[in-house]
Design a protein around this ligand. Structure first.
Ligand SMILES: *Cc1c(COP(=O)(O)O)cnc(C)c1O
Length: 360
């Protein structure tokens, strides 16, 4: 069967080896005679899956011991609410760096819970850059600073992790977790929906420093408290078992690729191929400030809507799919997460060259 190169922003393409492994183990996982989907989440065999997944993530990201890894449902979007409910509901204020549609949604949810302020914004230029941040306004009542390390829709990323001093830095890393080396100890909370670089939809990973757990108001519903997940090893209720298993496979695959250091090198190489061509092309261009360009999500355009449309349609015929840009940005977007092989990026660039010479 032919597989396409799928440039979807999420749920995204998975490594073929991961899908094949899942297929092989689908009907009977490790001689259990049952699928992972059919197992008790309290069974020894699933417990091992859960432990291995956590350990793999800890090893790959070098997560310090004083951080918990939580497995939660509800997507990154539920974290937009859980973060303020757990950290802001008792007073004080939080600061948000507004760098795109997802940051904005996070801010809107925080405003419902407590005092939330914009620390810096790039909305004036349609989120095409990462703004300078003035940290001098942070004070003892600042509960946290929230950033979106990679802006999936607009195609920007933080290339330096801001230094917020003693104020916990909270990061939505949904679209660039595991894509480049980061120092976890610089963060209070890191969270990411799994369906981009970690696996499949249904699972959200939260990496949280111990001292940030246990501050929720006592009347906060049990399922919304980080404490509940931390105390029960994410087994208070039934976790998304199959999604956790898929993440285990993705992490094993990543380890086989040489870990984050290796994949980062490859990600830089992949993104450079595409950016270099966009920069030299007379037809395609990017609106993103070059020093803030994302390695994962690469929006690009031509000068005409008709050409954009034709491009997406013709690319699809060549097995290069889901290249239509987000409606708020227009044009095209190539999402090239860890699982996109360099061959896929080369095929895209080749196609762009041919398209330009035919239609330029
Ligand atoms: C995809 C995405 C989200 C939303 O994730 P859900 O799991 O659908 O809630 C939030 N933030 C960023 C940066 C994303 O890329």
């Amino acid at each position: 069967m032919d597989r396409v190169y799928n440039f979807s922003a999420g749920p995204a393409q998975l490594p073929l080896a991961v899908l094949e492994k899942a297929q092989k183990e689908f009907l009977s996982y490790e001689q259990s005679g049952m699928s992972v989907m059919e197992m008790s989440h309290r069974s020894k065999i699933f417990d091992a899956i859960l432990q291995q997944t956590e350990q793999l993530l800890r090893d790959l990201m070098e997560i310090p011991d004083h951080y918990k890894v939580l497995f939660i449902q509800g997507g990154a979007s539920l974290q937009f609410s859980m973060i303020p409910l757990n950290l802001l509901a008792n007073g004080g204020h939080a600061y948000y760096v507004n760098t795109g549609s997802w940051s904005k949604k996070a801010l809107i949810e925080a405003e419902k819970v407590g005092e939330s302020r914009v620390l810096a914004s790039s909305e004036d230029k349609n989120f095409t850059y990462i703004p300078e941040i003035d940290f001098s306004v942070l004070d003892d009542n600042t509960k946290y600073v929230h950033i979106t390390t990679n802006n999936t829709i607009e195609g920007t990323r933080f290339t330096h992790i801001p230094d917020t001093g003693d104020v916990p830095l909270v990061a939505d890393m949904s679209s660039n977790i595991l894509s480049e080396q980061i120092d976890v100890s610089k963060f209070g909370i890191i969270y990411a929906g799994a369906q981009k670089n970690l696996g499949i939809a249904g699972l959200t990973i939260v990496i949280i420093r111990d001292d940030l757990i246990g501050h929720a108001p006592s009347n906060l519903p049990t399922m919304l408290k980080y404490d509940t997940y931390a105390k029960n090893r994410s087994l208070y209720n039934t976790p998304p078992t199959f999604a956790i298993y898929m993440t285990k496979l993705v992490l094993e695959w990543l380890k086989e690729q040489g870990g984050i250091k290796q994949i980062e090198k490859l990600n830089i190489e992949k993104a450079s191929l595409l950016y270099n061509y966009i920069d030299e092309s007379n037809m395609f261009f990017s609106n993103v400030r070059s020093e803030d360009r994302s390695l994962m999500n690469i929006p690009f355009l031509t000068k005409s809507d008709e050409l954009n449309e034709l491009f997406v349609k013709e690319a699809q015929k060549e097995g290069l799919v889901t290249l239509k840009g987000h409606r708020s940005v227009g044009g095209m977007r190539a999402s090239i997460y860890n699982s996109m092989p360099i061959e896929g990026v080369k095929a895209l660039v080749q196609f762009m060259k041919e398209f330009e010479s035919k239609n330029g």
